[in-house]
Design a protein around this ligand. Structure first.
Ligand SMILES: Cc1cc2nc3c(=O)[nH]c(=O)nc-3n(C[C@H](O)[C@H](O)[C@H](O)COP(=O)(O)OP(=O)(O)OC[C@H]3O[C@@H](n4cnc5c(N)ncnc54)[C@H](O)[C@@H]3O)c2cc1C
Ligand SMILES: *[C@@H]1O[C@H](CO)[C@@H](O)[C@H](O)[C@H]1NC(C)=O
Ligand SMILES: *[C@@H]1O[C@H](CO)[C@@H](O)[C@H](O)[C@H]1NC(C)=O
Ligand SMILES: *[C@@H]1O[C@H](CO)[C@@H](O)[C@H](O)[C@H]1NC(C)=O
Ligand SMILES: *[C@@H]1O[C@H](CO)[C@@H](O)[C@H](O)[C@H]1NC(C)=O
Ligand SMILES: *[C@@H]1O[C@H](CO)[C@@H](O)[C@H](O)[C@H]1NC(C)=O
Length: 539
C-alpha cells in the first residue's frame, strides 16, 4: 500500500490526535512523539486508540497477556523495565510499516510477536532493559487455502490449529507439516523451522514455504522476488526476529492419506521400558517415512514418582492393518495389538496429538484462549549415535529422581526426508546424520523463586548428564526450542561473541546468516538477546 502524500497526513494527524480520548495521566514526550509519528505514517481512517496501547490500561494488559504461553513471563507488574513501553496491535500492512519507521525514528527497540510461544519470551520481554515497542501481530490471522494449486496463504498471527482446520475444511487429502501444539503462531514457528509428525515424510514447515511477505528495516513491503533469495533463505529457519517483520507465508500443502493410523503405548520400568527405548533409537529413523514414532520419558506432573513412564506415540499415513504389520516386523517387542490402533482422518490425528481425545469439536483448534497454567523451561539436543543400552538407566533415574514438578524428554525421530535435504538448503542444519531430536521440558506450578530455581536446576542437571550421549562440537540445538543458557548477545553485538550461541543452532549456516544480516539490516535494528549479528563482506 502506498503511503499518502505527507502534507495530507500531517493535517489528518493533527485531527486524529485531537480525537483520541485524553489519558488520565499526561503522556511522556516519547509517547507523544511515537503517537504523532504513527499518525503521520498511517492512513486517515486509522483509529489510533485501536492501534496503540499504553501501560497501566486494561487493554494493554489484556493484549500483553493474551498469547503469553509461558507463565514465567506473564507479569506486567513485577518488573516493568522488561515490558513494552507500548504495544501496537495492527491489522493492516501499513500500520506495521509505520511501526517499524517510527520505532526506528525514535531510536527505540522493537519486539515482534505472532503466537507468543517463544520459550524465553523474547517476543514480548527484553532482558537488556532497553525501552522497546511490542508489535503484536495476533490480528494478522487469515488463512486462505487454495486446494486447486495445493497452496495456502497464512498470515503470521494465525495459529497452526487454524491452518490445519482451514485445510481440512476444504480437503481430506491435504495437510501441512508443522508443529503439534495448535496454539503456536505461524510467524515464529515457520521462521524458526517448524517440526511435527510429518517431518520424516515432508521435512519442516520452513521447507515447504514458497513465498513470504516481509516489512524490511526501511518500512518497505517485500516479497520473495523483491527481497532476493538470500533474505528468503534466512527467514526459513534463521528466525524472523533478526531480519524484518514477516506478515504472511505462502506454503505448499502436502498430500495426506484419507486414513491415518495412531496409537500411544505406555511402558514402565517393569515393562522393559529401557530395552524398548534402546530398540526405538535404532529403528525409528530407519523405518518407512510414512511411520512417525515419537518416544518420551516423562513423569506426569504432581503424580509422585510412580507415574514415571516411557511413551511411544505413533502416526502412520495409512491404515492399522498395514501399521501393525510393520510393527510386527520391525518392533515386535513393543507388543502392539489391534485394539491399540485407531484409524482416523488426518485432522482427527492432529487433534489426537494435541491431546483432544474425547470427541472435542474441530473448532477447538481455532480456540486461541491459551490457558497453559504452567511455568516452563526448555532445552534441546540432537543424537547422532544410538545411546548405549547401559546409559538409559542413568537417564531414567535422572528424571525419576525429580519430584514436585514435571521433567520430561521428548524424542522426535529424523531420517526419511530430513536425510535428503542438504545442510545448507535452509539455515536449519540438523539434517542427515541425526537419528533424533530431543526436547527437554520442565514445568512447574507457581512463580515462587524456590520453585523456579529448583526447576531450572533439575533441567540443567539433566542437560549436563546428557552431554556424553549427544552431538558435540557444536552441541547442536533447535532454535524454536530457544534456550538463553546457550549464551546471549552482550551490549556490543559482535559476530564472534554471537558465535558462542549461534553455532549451536545454525552450525555452518551461522556465517551466511550474519552476512545476510549485514546486507539487509547493517545497523542492527532488528535485534534481541539471540539475534543474528551483522557481518560485512570485508570482515
Ligand atoms: C507448548 C509448546 C509446544 C511447542 N511445540 C512445538 C513443536 O511441536 N514443534 C516445533 O517445531 N516447535 C514447537 N514449539 C516451539 C515453537 O515452534 C516456537 O516457540 C515458535 O517460535 C513459536 O512461534 P510463535 O509465533 O508462537 O512465537 P512468538 O513468541 O510470537 O515468536 C517467537 C520468535 O519469533 C519472532 N517472531 C514472531 N513473529 C514474527 C514475525 N511475524 N516476524 C518476525 N519475527 C517474528 C519473535 O520476535 C520471537 O523471536 C512449541 C512451543 C510451545 C510453547
Ligand atoms: C476509536 O476506537 C475507540 C476504542 O475502540 C472507540 O471508543 C472510539 O469511538 C473510536 N473512535 C472513532 C472516531 O471511531
Ligand atoms: C504504571 O503504574 C505503576 C504502578 O502504579 C507506576 O509505577 C508506573 O510509573 C506506571 N507507568 C506508567 C507508564 O504510567
Ligand atoms: C498417576 O499415576 C498413577 C499410577 O501410576 C496412574 O494410574 C495415574 O493414571 C496417573 N495419573 C495421571 C494424572 O497421570
Ligand atoms: C476456549 O478454551 C477455553 C480454555 O480451555 C475455554 O474456557 C473456552 O470455553 C473455549 N472456547 C470455545 C469457544 O470453545
Ligand atoms: C509453590 O509450589 C510448591 C510446591 O507445590 C509449594 O510447596 C509452595 O508452597 C508454593 N508456593 C506458593 C507461593 O504458592
Amino acid at each position: 500500500m502506498e503511503i499518502l502524500p505527507t502534507f495530507m497526513i500531517s493535517i489528518l494527524a493533527v485531527i486524529l490526535v485531537s480525537l483520541l480520548p485524553s489519558p488520565t495521566t499526561a503522556l511522556s514526550p516519547t509517547h507523544e512523539a511515537f503517537l504523532h509519528c504513527l499518525s503521520v505514517h498511517s492512513p486517515p481512517s486509522t483509529n489510533l486508540s485501536q492501534l496503540l496501547y499504553f501501560p497501566n490500561t486494561t487493554s494493554y494488559s489484556s493484549i500483553y497477556l493474551s498469547t503469553i504461553y509461558n507463565l514465567r513471563f506473564a507479569s506486567t507488574t513485577s518488573n516493568s523495565a522488561l515490558t513494552p513501553l507500548f504495544i501496537v496491535s495492527p491489522n493492516q500492512d501499513i500500520h506495521v510499516q509505520a511501526t517499524v519507521i517510527c520505532t526506528r525514528n525514535l531510536d527505540l527497540h522493537l519486539r515482534v510477536r505472532s503466537g507468543g510461544h517463544d520459550y524465553e519470551g523474547l517476543s514480548y520481554r527484553s532482558y537488556d532493559h532497553r525501552p522497546f515497542v511490542m508489535l503484536d501481530l495476533a490480528k494478522f490471522q487469515s488463512v486462505t487455502v487454495d486446494v486447486e494449486h495445493g497452496t495456502a496463504l497464512v498470515e503470521v498471527g494465525a495459529t497452526l490449529g487454524k491452518l490445519y482446520y482451514k485445510i481440512a475444511e476444504k480437503s481430506s487429502v491435504h495437510g501441512f507439516p508443522a508443529g503439534i501444539c495448535p496454539s503456536i503462531g505461524a510467524g515464529g514457528h515457520i521462521s524458526g523451522g517448524g517440526m511435527g509428525n510429518l517431518v520424516r515424510k515432508y521435512g519442516l514447515a520452513a521447507d515447504n514455504v514458497l513465498d513470504a511477505k516481509l516489512v524490511d528495516v526501511n518500512g518497505k513491503v517485500l516479497d520473495r522476488k523483491s527481497m532476493g533469495e538470500d533474505l528468503f533463505w534466512a527467514i526459513r529457519g534463521g528466525g524472523g526476529a533478526s531480519f524484518g517483520v514477516i506478515l504472511s507465508w505462502k506454503v505448499r500443502l502436502v498430500p495426506v492419506t484419507p486414513k491415518v493410523a495412531v496409537f500411544t503405548i505406555h511402558k514402565g520400568l517393569g515393562d522393559g521400558a529401557l530395552d524398548l527405548l534402546d530398540k526405538w533409537q535404532h529403528i525409528s529413523s530407519k523405518l518407512h517415512e510414512d511411520v512417525y514414532m515419537e518416544a518420551a520419558i516423562r513423569q506426569p506432573m504432581y503424580n509422585g514418582t510412580n507415574g514415571m513412564e516411557a511413551l511411544f506415540n505413533f502416526q502412520f499415513m495409512g491404515g492399522c492393518e498395514e501399521l501393525l504389520g510393520i510393527m510386527e516386523e520391525s518392533f515386535p517387542e513393543l507388543g502392539v495389538e489391534a485394539k491399540d490402533c485407531k484409524e482416523m482422518s488426518w485432522i482427527q490425528s492432529v487433534m489426537y496429538y494435541a491431546g483432544y481425545r474425547n470427541g472435542e469439536p474441530f473448532e477447538t483448534l481455532l480456540n486461541r484462549s491459551v490457558v497453559s497454567g504452567v511455568y516452563l523451561k526448555g532445552k534441546s539436543d540432537f543424537v547422532e549415535e544410538p545411546i548405549a543400552r547401559d546409559a538409559w538407566k542413568g537417564i531414567w533415574d535422572e528424571i525419576m529422581g525429580v519430584s514436585g514438578r514435571s521433567l520430561l524428554m521428548y524424542m522426535a525421530p529424523y531420517g526419511g526426508k530430513m536425510d535428503e535435504i542438504p545442510e545448507s538448503e535452509t539455515p536449519f542444519p540438523h539434517r542427515k546424520g541425526n537419528l533424533y531430536n530431543i526436547q527437554y521440558l520442565v514445568a512447574w506450578g507457581n512463580d515462587s523463586a524456590e520453585e523456579s530455581d529448583e526447576s531450572l536446576r533439575v533441567i540443567r542437571r539433566l542437560y549436563k548428564h546428557m552431554r556424553p550421549y549427544v552431538s558435540k562440537n557444536p552441541r547442536a540445538a533447535y532454535l524454536n526450542f530457544r534456550d538463553l543458557d546457550m549464551g546471549i548477545n552482550k551490549n556490543a553485538i559482535s559476530y564472534s561473541g554471537a558465535q558462542v550461541w549461534g553455532k549451536h543452532y545454525f552450525k555452518i549456516n551461522f556465517k551466511r546468516l550474519a552476512l545476510v544480516k549485514g546486507q539487509v539490516d547493517s545497523e542492527n535494528f532488528f535485534r534481541n538477546e539471540q539475534s543474528i549479528p551483522p557481518l560485512y563482506r570485508s570482515e
